[in-house]
Design a binder for this molecule. Structure first.
Ligand SMILES: C[S@@+](CC[C@H](N)C(=O)[O-])C[C@H]1O[C@@H](n2cnc3c(N)ncnc32)[C@H](O)[C@@H]1O
Length: 222
């Protein structure tokens, strides 16, 4: 009974935010997103997946934050997406729920985090996401239209990984915090060693979407 009340309150909160920002989702997608936030909280009590600082609800700080990528990039049905360093499934699981026709591969170097992702994907019956225990450098014979990454590495390093696995014309989309000017300059300066990737880097502030996202940006490298 208590869990149902908590889930209903969370659903109402998420709906308010999504409606305000024109993120259109069905009831079953809201249920899965709330279900994911609850499972992530449970798993986080067992293994370290996300920060344990209780400064903001998981649903906003992690789930809604991941969904914001969809406001800056429309995923398509034929698109192949990699979530590099997914940890507990961020941003890959919320985006797979929101974009059920797009295929998401979630990879992480830590096996127990991937085991948690696999369990959550199964419990939530998410058909378009697969979680694999691997370092990104070890993915062989695979290429992607889009590489996503949240809180994994400096942009220059992420561009180096992405340049080897992106299809021509693909993009790297990162969720990052702080002042990124120096990081972006370094990524652009290092492009000669990475087959001219990236040629363009854009950053979009997301602080307007919630007070939880002060100094946070979406960075898109092409
Ligand atoms: C700070 S966590 C962030 C996890 C998640 N993206 C999030 O936003 O909560 C960084 C994750 O990246 C993974 N990682 C770092 N380098 C990696 C690599 N080269 N290949 C795969 N995973 C990597 C780590 O194992 C760790 O789980």
């Amino acid at each position: 009974m208590e869990t149902t009340n908590k889930a209903n309150t969370m659903m109402a909160e998420l709906k308010t935010l999504c409606n305000k920002d024109n993120i259109v989702l069905s009831l079953s997608q809201y249920e899965k997103l709330v279900g994911y936030a609850l499972l992530l909280e449970d798993w986080n009590n067992k293994i370290n997946l996300i920060s344990r600082k209780e400064d903001a609800p998981i649903l906003i700080k992690h789930v809604f934050h991941s969904l914001l990528i969809g406001l800056f990039h429309q995923f398509s049905s034929s698109e192949k997406v990699l979530d590099l360093g997914t940890g507990g499934g961020l941003p890959g699981i919320p985006l797979a729920i929101a974009w059920p026709d797009t295929q998401f591969l979630l990879v992480d170097a830590t096996g127990k985090k991937i085991a948690a992702c696999q369990s959550m994907i199964k419990s939530l019956d998410i058909k378009n996401a697969v979680a694999v225990h691997s370092r990104v450098e070890e993915l062989k014979g695979m290429s992607f239209d889009t590489v996503l990454s949240r809180q994994v590495a400096q942009l220059e390093q992420l561009c180096s990984y992405a340049s080897k696995i992106l299809k021509p014309g693909g993009r790297l989309i990162c969720l990052k915090g702080g002042n990124l000017d120096h990081e972006i300059k370094k990524a652009l300066a290092g492009k000669k060693e990475k087959g001219s990737f990236p040629s363009v880097v854009e950053q979009f502030p997301v602080s307007g979407y919630s007070p939880c996202f002060t100094e946070k940006h979406i960075v898109i490298a092409r």
